[in-house]
Design a protein. Structure first.
Length: 169
C-alpha cells in the first residue's frame, strides 16, 4: 500500500537518497552535484511556502516525491507551475509516479492553478509516457541545451492546461 502525504523537512535525507542516482548517473536532471541534506531541506521548506510537495510512502519508507515550482517569476504566470517527480530506482514502474501526479494535480487544481508544465531531458521514454497518459502534450523541443556527461542533451516541454478553448476555466 502506497500512502501519499506532504513532505516534511525531516524527509530531506531520504529524498536526497532518491534524487542522488538521478544526479550521479543520468541526464534526467541537469544538476551535476548532489545537494546536501541541508540544501535539500531548504528546498522543501521554500517549496512548501507556495506549492505542494508530496512524498510516497510504502511500508514506512519514502519511495518517491513530486512537487510544483514557479514556472517564471512574473505575475502573469502565477497560474502556471512546473511539476517534477522522482521515484526510487528500485520501485519504478509500479505506478507510484501516477499516484503522486494524481495527488499533486488534484491539490494544484484546488489551489486554482490552471497550467501544468513538465520539462523533460531526452531521452526519457518513461517520463514522456507518464505525462502523455495524463493528457500532457508536447509544446516545445529545445535542442542541445543541457551539457552533462560530455554530451549535449535536448529537452522537451509538455503542458496540460485546464483553460478552455475560449479562455474559460
Amino acid at each position: 500500500m502506497i500512502d501519499i502525504r506532504s513532505a516534511r523537512i525531516e524527509d530531506a535525507a531520504d529524498l536526497v537518497a532518491i534524487y542522488a542516482p538521478y544526479v550521479e548517473k543520468t541526464a534526467i536532471t541537469f544538476e551535476t552535484e548532489v545537494p546536501t541534506v541541508e540544501a535539500f531541506a531548504s528546498r522543501i521548506e521554500k517549496t512548501l511556502e507556495k506549492f505542494p510537495y508530496l512524498v510516497a510512502v510504502e511500508e514506512g519508507a519514502l519511495v518517491g516525491y513530486a512537487y510544483a515550482s514557479t514556472y517564471y517569476a512574473r505575475a502573469a504566470y502565477d497560474w502556471t507551475v512546473e511539476l517534477s517527480v522522482y521515484i526510487k530506482q528500485e520501485v519504478r514502474g509500479k505506478g507510484i509516479g501516477t499516484l503522486l501526479y494524481n495527488a499533486l494535480e488534484r491539490e494544484l487544481t484546488a489551489r486554482g492553478f490552471k497550467n501544468f508544465l513538465a520539462c523533460i531531458a531526452l531521452p526519457n521514454p518513461a517520463s514522456i509516457a507518464l505525462h502523455e497518459k495524463r493528457g500532457y502534450e508536447q509544446v516545445a523541443h529545445f535542442k542541445k541545451v543541457g551539457y552533462k556527461f560530455d554530451t549535449w542533451h535536448d529537452i522537451v516541454w509538455l503542458q496540460k492546461s485546464l483553460v478552455g478553448e475560449n479562455n474559460e476555466d
